[in-house]
Design a protein around this ligand. Structure first.
Ligand code: SF4
Length: 578
C-alpha cells in the first residue's frame, strides 16, 4: 500500500510541554516510518474514503455495494446507518433548530445528540440529561460553580456524580440545549463524545499527583488523551462506547480492570532486558456488565507511549469492530474473534515504535490499595498538605452543596476538586493549619467525610427516576438500605454496595461487595442480589445470592447478611472471601 503521512489535528498550543512532546514525538515517528494513519482524508483499510469521520462510503468499485468501514450498507445496524447518513459532529444547526422549536428529537437525532452529551430521557423525564467530560475527574471551583448555576437556572437543581468520575445534570428543557452547550464552553469544558458510540470520560486515579504511594502522575496522560480525542474527528463514531483509564499504581484504585483499555503504572527492576524504571501495563477488554475484567495483554509501555498506543488501538477497533450487531460491537468481541496477538499486530502497524512484550510477572508487586483512601483526611505527597475525601451519598449533589464545595476548595485549598469513580469527591491541597476549619465547613454544608460507613461506599445508577431501562428506584433504595445498615452495624472496614437498575450495569453491581440489580418481581420493584465482587487486588465477579426479591422484602435480608458477616467472619475477611 502506498504510504501516506497525515497532518496532525492537534491544537498543540493547548498542551503542556510534556504533552506536546508525547504527541509530536508520536507523529514525528509516524512520519519517519511512513506509516499510514487512518485519519481524516486518508486511506483506511485499503479503501478510498472521503472522510472517515463524517460518513464515507467506499467509492472504489462502482459496481460493488457501498460499504461503511468495510461493512455493506445493507448489513449495518440502524445506529450505523444514522452515523453514515449524517455526521453527528456536524449538527449544530439542528441543535439550534430544536432549541428554537423547543421539541423532542426524532430517534436518529436523539442518537446524534448523545455525541454532544445530550440524552433525551423520555419517558422517564420529558427533558434532556447532560453528561460532561471531566478528564481525570479534575475540575476547578470556577467550573463547579458554573455547573451549579446551570443546574439551578435550567436543570433539576442538582448534579449527579457518576462512576466515571464525571458529572450529569438532568431536566434540561429542549429550548435550553444550545445555551447549555455554550455555557459549558465558556467554562472551558465540553460534553462532546460523552454519550453514544464514543470514548467516554477518561478516568485517572483520583489523587494522582498528590498520592504519597504513586509510581507516576497520570493526570497529564489522561488530559493528553482527552485533548487528542477532542481534536481528532475520526475518534468519534466507534462501533460502540469505549472506556479508557489510567492508574498511577498508588493508594487508590481507578478500577482500571473494568475498562476497554486500562493503563496501570508498574515498577520494573533490573534484570528484564530493559532499563529499570516506571512503565505501564496494558489491560484489555473489561466489561463487568458482561462479567469480564480487563486482562493483561503482555505489553509494557513507557509513559510517553501510552497516548499513542491508546489512539492506535482505538483506530483498529474503529476500523474492524462489528457494525452489524450492537451486542457484539464492543472491543471484547473483536479480540475474542481475532485473538490478542492479531489485535496487537494491527495496532503496531499504526505506531512509529515497536511494542515491547514483557510478562506481567516481571513487574514489582503493587502496594496494597487503600479501599477507604478516597474518604476522610489524608496526607499528600507534598509536605504539610492534605486532601479530604467527601462522601456524597449515591452521587447526588444539590446546587447549594456544589456551591459550598466550590467555596471550600477555594478558601482552604487551591480551588481544585477531584471526582472519583465511587461517586464521591476530593478536595486537595489543604494546609494542615486549615484542616479543622475545612472539616467544619464540610459538615456545615451537610456533607460528611467519615470512612467506614456503608453509605460512603454506596454507588447507584440513575434508576427509574431518570432512565427508561431501570426496573427500580435505585438511588432512593440504595440510600435507604445503606442508612438502615449504618444505624445497626459498625463495620469498621470499607463495604461497597453497588445498586444498578438493569443488566447494563452502569453502577457495576458485579464488582460490589454487595451488588443489587433491578428486576421486576410480580410487577413490583425488586432486585437480584450478588455478593463477593471486587476489583484490582480483590478482583472477583459477585456470585448470585438471590435471583429476585421485592425491595420491600430486602431490608431484613440485608440485615441478616450483615449480621452473619460481622459475627462470623475472620478479621481480615471481606465479602469476597465470606
Ligand atoms: Fe439506566 Fe440500566 Fe444504566 Fe441504570 S444500569 S442507568 S437503569 S441503563
Amino acid at each position: 500500500m502506498e504510504s501516506q503521512v497525515t497532518t496532525t489535528l492537534i491544537d498543540t498550543p493547548g498542551f503542556s510541554l510534556a504533552q506536546q512532546q508525547y504527541l509530536q514525538g508520536f507523529f514525528a515517528g509516524v512520519a519517519q516510518r511512513g506509516v499510514v494513519m487512518p485519519f481524516v482524508g486518508h486511506t483506511i483499510g485499503g479503501q478510498i474514503t472521503n472522510n472517515p469521520a463524517s460518513g464515507l462510503v467506499n467509492q472504489a468499485a462502482e459496481e460493488a455495494e457501498p460499504t461503511w468501514f468495510g461493512t455493506p450498507l445493507s448489513d449495518l445496524c440502524k445506529e450505523e446507518h444514522w452515523k453514515q447518513e449524517e455526521n453527528a459532529l456536524d449538527i449544530w444547526d439542528k441543535l439550534v433548530a430544536h432549541a428554537n422549536e423547543d421539541k423532542a428529537p426524532a430517534p436518529d437525532d436523539l442518537f446524534r445528540f448523545k455525541f454532544h452529551g445530550l440524552f433525551y430521557v423520555a419517558p422517564a423525564q420529558d427533558s434532556f440529561m447532560l453528561r460532561m467530560r471531566v478528564p481525570g475527574g479534575i475540575l476547578s471551583s470556577h467550573q463547579l460553580r458554573g455547573l451549579a448555576q446551570m443546574a439551578a437556572d435550567w436543570g433539576s437543581g442538582r448534579a449527579d456524580l457518576t462512576t466515571r468520575s464525571n458529572l450529569q445534570i438532568r431536566e434540561l428543557q429542549p429550548k435550553n440545549i444550545v445555551r447549555v452547550l455554550s455555557k459549558i464552553q465558556d467554562l472551558g469544558m465540553t460534553s462532546r463524545g460523552s454519550g453514544a458510540d464514543n470514548i467516554r470520560n477518561i478516568t485517572a486515579s483520583p489523587i494522582t499527583g498528590i498520592d504519597p504511594h504513586e509510581l507516576y502522575d497520570v493526570a497529564p496522560l489522561a488530559d493528553a488523551l482527552n485533548r487528542y480525542i477532542l481534536n481528532s474527528r475520526d475518534m468519534y463514531g466507534l462501533p460502540r462506547k469505549f472506556n479508557v483509564a489510567f492508574d498511577n499504581g498508588g493508594a487508590i484504585s481507578v478500577v482500571a480492570d473494568t475498562n476497554d483499555i486500562g493503563f496501570v503504572a508498574v515498577e520494573i527492576k533490573e534484570g528484564h532486558g530493559i532499563p529499570a524504571g516506571i512503565y505501564f501495563r496494558v489491560l484489555l477488554c473489561g466489561i463487568t456488565g458482561h462479567k469480564q475484567f480487563a486482562t493483561d495483554c503482555g505489553l509494557l509501555l513507557r509513559p510517553d507511549q501510552t497516548v499513542a498506543v491508546a489512539a492506535a488501538m482505538i483506530r483498529v477497533f474503529a476500523e474492524h469492530g462489528d457494525r452489524t450487531d450492537r451486542k457484539k460491537a464492543r472491543l471484547k468481541y473483536l479480540i475474542d474473534k481475532w485473538g490478542v496477538e492479531k489485535f496487537i499486530g494491527k495496532t503496531e502497524k499504526l505506531l512509529a515504535f515497536p511494542l515491547i512484550r514483557v510478562p506481567a510477572s516481571a513487574s514489582e508487586p503493587r502496594k496494597p490499595i487503600d479501599r477507604a483512601g478516597h474518604i476522610g483526611v489524608h496526607a499528600q505527597s507534598q509536605p504539610d498538605l492534605n486532601y479530604i475525601g467527601v462522601a456524597v451519598p449515591v452521587g447526588r449533589l444539590p446546587v447549594d452543596q456544589m456551591l459550598a464545595l466550590a467555596n471550600i476548595a477555594e478558601t482552604y485549598g487551591t480551588g481544585d476538586l477531584r471526582l472519583t469513580v465511587w461517586q464521591n469527591l476530593i478536595i486537595p491541597n489543604i494546609p494542615t493549619a486549615k484542616l479543622e476549619a475545612a472539616k467544619t465547613a464540610i459538615l456545615a454544608a451537610g456533607l460528611a467525610f467519615e470512612a467506614g460507613t456503608v453509605l460512603s461506599g454506596t454507588v447507584a445508577c440513575t434508576g427509574n427516576k431518570g432512565c427508561r431501562f431501570a426496573a427500580s428506584d435505585t438511588k432512593s433504595h440504595a440510600v435507604a438500605l445503606a442508612t438502615m445498615l449504618d444505624s445497626r452495624f459498625n463495620i469498621m472496614q470499607p463495604v461497597n454496595l453497588h445498586v444498578t437498575g438493569c443488566p447494563h450495569s452502569c453502577a457495576q453491581h458485579y464488582i460490589g461487595d454487595i451488588g443489587l440489580m433491578g428486576v421486576k418481581v410480580g410487577g413490583e420493584e425488586g432486585y437480584q442480589v450478588v455478593i463477593g465482587g471486587g476489583s484490582d487486588q480483590d478482583q472477583g465477579i459477585g456470585r448470585e445470592l438471590i435471583s429476585a426479591i421485592k425491595f420491600s422484602d430486602l431490608p431484613p435480608v440485608m440485615e441478616q447478611l450483615f449480621h452473619s458477616y460481622t459475627t462470623q467472619r475472620n478479621p481480615e475477611e471481606s465479602f469476597l472471601d465470606f
